[in-house]
Design a protein around this ligand. Structure first.
Ligand SMILES: C[S@@+](CC[C@H](N)C(=O)[O-])C[C@H]1O[C@@H](n2cnc3c(N)ncnc32)[C@H](O)[C@@H]1O
Length: 271
């Protein structure tokens, strides 16, 4: 099952949200390292990071490919690319761009393409994966992780309950569209890939408080998490969420689980 994206807008991002993501996105960096490990990136390889955000993971990969390799990171959000560019170096560079249009890159010009916490945001997934396939060399690898609609993040249930508590039930549409294992396999095969591993990981996060959780959620969603709600409505949602999350308080913070499907695939040498 693949779930469709409600309208995702790139227009809600701000310099403040980009700065907040630069701090809060350590969460994505941590599971991104797991993705990178699965791709077994070697010195000298050319790597494309699609949806690179503020570039922390791309800079990490640049250390793996070393001076003989290169990492290019693209993202549609100019404020995030501006931060990423402060990480540019001899073997890592960043530019604005979207997964669905990789025309800035030649056919077969990368050894590896990866998308860390990005696929569920992309409206036209077949086109994005076809583009990734085109820019990979024969034998090149793709790696990604994505939400799986068969196992929603725990925050989703809490938000729905908080909205109901605040008298706002039914007002929010989840802006992301994930893919379960079967749907992801079809997407990868139809783009021309030979799918490899596909594993659902459970990730446990601890947030200091409700504001920390909301900052992480809103900056990760580049302003789409509670778009459409007035400041007054947001403060009601925040209060309701804070009350509901007390059930998750631990000595380490508010404990919430997320579930991400990690998949790798290869562009067959003959395609
Ligand atoms: C949760 S952030 C992940 C950022 C980065 N990959 C990381 O690991 O920190 C999701 C990113 O996906 C990007 N994104 C959303 N739609 C995209 C698209 N169609 N093409 C490329 N990137 C996209 C957003 O701009 C945002 O930076």
């Amino acid at each position: 099952m693949s779930s469709a994206n409600a309208a995702v807008s790139f227009q809600y991002d701000t310099p403040e949200l980009a700065d907040a993501y630069e701090r809060a996105g350590v969460v994505q960096f941590n599971h991104g390292q797991v993705l990178i490990e699965r791709l077994r990136i070697a010195p000298g390889e050319r790597v494309l990071d699609v949806g690179a955000g503020t570039g922390r993971l791309a800079a990490y990969v640049a250390e793996l490919v070393g001076p003989a390799g290169e990492v290019v990171g693209i993202d549609p959000l100019g404020h995030r690319i501006a931060i990423a560019q402060s990480r540019s170096g001899a073997n890592v560079r960043f530019a604005t761009g979207q997964a669905e249009d990789l025309s800035a890159f030649a056919d077969g010009s990368f050894d590896v393409v990866y998308l860390n916490s990005v696929l569920h945001w992309i409206a036209d997934k077949p086109r994005a994966l076809a583009e990734a396939h085109r820019v990979l060399r024969p034998g090149g690898r793709i790696g990604l992780n994505t939400k799986d609609p068969s196992k929603p993040h725990e925050i989703r249930g809490f938000i729905q309950t908080a909205l109901a508590d605040a008298g706002l039930a039914g007002r929010r549409r989840d802006p992301q569209g994930g893919s379960d294992g079967a749907a992801l396999q079809v997407l990868l095969e139809e783009a021309g890939f030979r799918p490899g591993d596909s594993v659902l990981h459970t990730i446990v996060d601890f947030h200091d408080n409700v504001d920390d959780l909301l900052t992480w959620s809103e900056s990760s969603a580049f302003g789409n998490f509670l778009s459409g709600f007035s400041p007054d409505e947001r403060s009601h949602i925040r209060a309701a969420l804070a009350a509901r999350l007390e059930s998750r308080r631990t000595p380490d913070g508010l404990r919430l689980e997320r579930y991400l499907r990690f998949a790798t695939a290869v562009k067959p040498a003959a395609s």
